[in-house]
Design a protein around this ligand. Structure first.
Ligand SMILES: Cc1cc2nc3c(=O)[nH]c(=O)nc-3n(C[C@H](O)[C@H](O)[C@H](O)COP(=O)(O)OP(=O)(O)OC[C@H]3O[C@@H](n4cnc5c(N)ncnc54)[C@H](O)[C@@H]3O)c2cc1C
Length: 488
């Protein structure tokens, strides 16, 4: 039986591990945190549960990619999901217009709604949204289709920038802003982000999004169950400090608690910057290391976690985006009221995210959690109040609804995931230099493979699909896609 050690128990590590376990291989996951899950992990504050990095995602409509993948893995009945509202899957407020758009689920409804809001652009909207779906069709894995051995080349539109594509179809600048409402919060910039990323994310959102009921930890636990049921191990509190190399092969990985783990092959789900720090220096050439270290990161964010007073704030069954008209931070907000079992009329909690540059927290970059100093705490309080101030433009007396609230900064995110500069979504893809941030699942080290958001696309969908690619690099091209499609 072949054995695999996976470094990092985030979405990428767990899905890759579960797929390999289902193929009959012996998998060991080594996770540095006390609980596995990475972006799926939930945590408790004063007995109340909050998500760390999974709020809203697509792919779970019957027949869509994640529905089929997780059904194949046998975990669908172990997780509780809730579809966002039919008539308002994402709700976007444009402060400059004082207008709120309630974007419905489903391509036809989405086109019809936007055409009503922007009647002069009706034909353009239809052509543009059809184009986005057409571009998504260029990605076989997105539709769980078998892919040819030699990847066919992609269209110019697929690889070009979002803004170049959009400029060809849409003329109204307000509509352009609206159509890119996901961009800042999902780590992209219309000028440089390749259109295919925008097309895939938009397709997922237009088809309709979902939230976990009672938190995303249940998916991490379900995937761990798949691995353990097949005889594998999912080990927490196992921070890898060294990956030893001999003759271009990994010979073992060492954790800080003095243990060493051996296997036939190794898979890294950690940020490539972390990988370069823990792997023996001769593993990669200096040119490769310089390339990896020069890839810019996507933005980090400032997060506010809120527990509401009893019956103080209505539950919202959608994600809410707010694009501010001000030049001051926070210019963009995204917030959700995570659903609980038997969700009633009122929300228990809310999570608010606002994109933030790492430079904001540079003065404290060499500090560790709990020891960042009073000036940092004061800064955090100021930022939290700015977020509340913005929220009060939408909900006057918002502060009165709060029982308690606390914040996390890019430093929290950096230290929790090990992501460089606390980047939310890993490497920034630039259509002007796609090769720079392009990573392959196979590496120059014979028995080392990569998975996770830096290989291709971030998020639950992007990372889970990459996990299929990583697993297929080990078990055979299209083998897993075939099995997913054959399974019921
Ligand atoms: C604030 C925030 C909000 C987000 N919201 C959403 C959302 O709503 N929807 C969505 O689809 N995506 C969202 N994302 C993105 C999503 O969470 C990520 O794309 C996803 O978690 C990446 O998965 P991964 O496996 O690549 O990395 P991770 O989930 O980060 O996993 C990497 C794991 O490696 C572990 N690790 C690091 N170093 C070591 C080491 N030396 N030894 C052992 N283990 C190590 C880490 O602890 C971590 O568990 C969000 C991200 C953030 C930060």
């Amino acid at each position: 039986m072949k054995t695999y050690v996976i470094i990092g128990g985030g979405i990428g590590g767990l899905v890759t591990g579960a797929l390999l376990a289902k193929e009959g291989y012996q998998v060991t996951i080594l996770e540095k945190n006390a609980i596995v899950g990475g972006g799926l992990q939930t945590f408790e504050q004063h007995g109340v549960s909050f998500p760390t990095g999974m709020h809203i995602f697509g792919g779970f409509n019957k027949g869509e990619n994640l529905y089929k993948l997780f059904s194949y893995l046998g975990v669908l009945d172990r997780i509780m999901l809730c579809a966002t509202d039919e008539d308002a899957s994402d709700v976007v407020t444009m402060m400059s217009e004082g207008k709120t758009y309630r974007l419905p689920r489903g391509k036809d409804c989405f086109i019809a709604y936007l055409s009503e809001c922007f009647p002069a652009e009706k034909a353009n909207i239809e052509a543009y949204i059809n184009k986005l779906f057409e571009l998504s069709e260029e990605e076989d894995l997105f539709y769980l289709r078998e892919s040819p051995e030699h990847q066919l080349s992609h269209s110019e539109d697929f690889l070009g920038s979002v803004s170049r594509l959009m400029d060809r179809y849409i003329t109204d600048p307000k509509l352009k802003d609206l159509l890119t409402y996901l961009s800042p919060l999902f780590g992209s910039d219309p000028q440089t982000t390749p259109a295919y990323i925008h097309a895939l994310l938009s397709t997922l959102h237009i088809n309709g999004t979902f939230q976990f009921v009672n938190g995303s930890q249940q998916l991490a636990d379900a995937l761990s169950w798949v691995i353990e049921k097949a005889g594998g191990r999912v080990l927490a509190n196992k921070e890898v400090m060294r990956m030893a190399i001999e003759n271009h092969q990994i010979t073992g990985v060492y954790t800080y608690d003095g243990q060493c783990y051996h296997s036939d092959s190794y898979i890294s789900d950690v940020h490539p910057d972390v990988l370069l720090r823990i792997i023996d220096p001769q593993a990669f050439t200096n040119a490769f290391k310089t390339r990896i270290q020069s890839i810019p990161e996507t933005l980090s964010c400032f997060k506010v976690f809120i527990k509401f007073k009893d019956k103080a704030f209505s539950y919202q069954n959608h994600s809410r985006f707010c694009l501010s008209d001000s030049k001051d931070w926070p210019q963009r907000l995204m917030f959700v009221t995570p659903p609980v079992a038997n969700q009633g009329e009122y929300a228990e909690t809310m999570v608010i995210l606002s994109p933030m540059e790492f430079g904001e927290v540079k003065p404290w970059e060499n500090t560790t959690k709990g020891h960042r100093g009073d000036d940092y705490l004061q800064w955090k309080l100021t930022m939290k109040n700015k977020v509340f101030h913005s929220m009060e433009r939408l909900y006057p007396k918002f502060r009165d609804t709060i029982e308690f609230a606390f914040a996390a900064s890019p430093l929290t995110i950096r230290d929790y995931y090990g992501n460089k500069e606390g980047s939310n979504y890993g490497f920034r893809k630039d259509c002007n230099n796609l090769m720079l941030s392009q990573m392959s699942v196979a590496t120059k080290v014979k028995n080392l493979f990569l998975t996770g958001q830096n290989v291709n696309i971030h998020g639950l969908c992007g990372v889970s699909l990459t996990a299929i690619e990583t697993a297929e690099a080990l078990v055979g091209r299209n083998r897993i896609v075939q099995k997913i499609n054959e399974s019921r």
